[in-house]
Design a protein. Sequence first.
Length: 265
Amino acid sequence: MNRIVKFFAIVCCLAVSFPAMAQFNLKKAVGAATKAAQAVTLTDAQMTAYVKEYIDWMDTHNKVCEPDHPYTQRLDSLTKGLTSVEGIPLNFKVYWVVDVNAFACADGSVRVFAALMDIMSDEELLGVIGHEIGHVAHHDSKKAFKQSLLTSALKDGIGATNGTAAALTDSQLGDLGEALAGATYSQKQEKDADDYGYEFLKSHGKNPWAMALSFKKLKALQEEAGAQKESKINQLFSSHPDLDKRIERMEKRATQEGITPPESK
């Protein structure tokens, strides 16, 4: 497995990682004087283009498991029927990396790390995926991505020709990754993503107990890591609200609805 450097918390998503490049293209897109005027007027079309460029870059610079790989087949089986959310098409891939993580982008791209799959059951993985899809549905991922664009990757401005956004350099993509790694969601955004993930899984024939089970696994991993704030495990989910409350909320909801927990495997 490739060892990658931490890059990203949300997108898109939650915290993730990107491979260290031998060389970055440090050439700036345009002069800094154009930053304020152009950055704040990003159109939806430009945002869509930048998100696509970013996820394409990530898929190119991280080892993606082939369609016939056991990791991919397992993820495909788990996510069968999860084709779209609020009109946004979903697509899933596995990164062959040693980091324990997962993330979702504003365009519906969900990336799960092989090391996370190694330590989680199917239900626990579904809980992580459900939560991430909640952030996509509520456009949290899009807002975080745009904010990171404005404050990092595009800090020296963007260029546009006939309304088409200029391509990001490798250096800007690296800056964007670092900004996303430090991005956080509000307590309300996290709670809403939990609730959406619960309903999304249930409405697609998945057991919503997955939400509580994923939080329990994360809590156990945190305890094993010594609950260090710099731990990559702690970065997988925001601490607002804390995992104990999230577990309690999801368990209470499923119990009140008479839903039986999945059998342990």
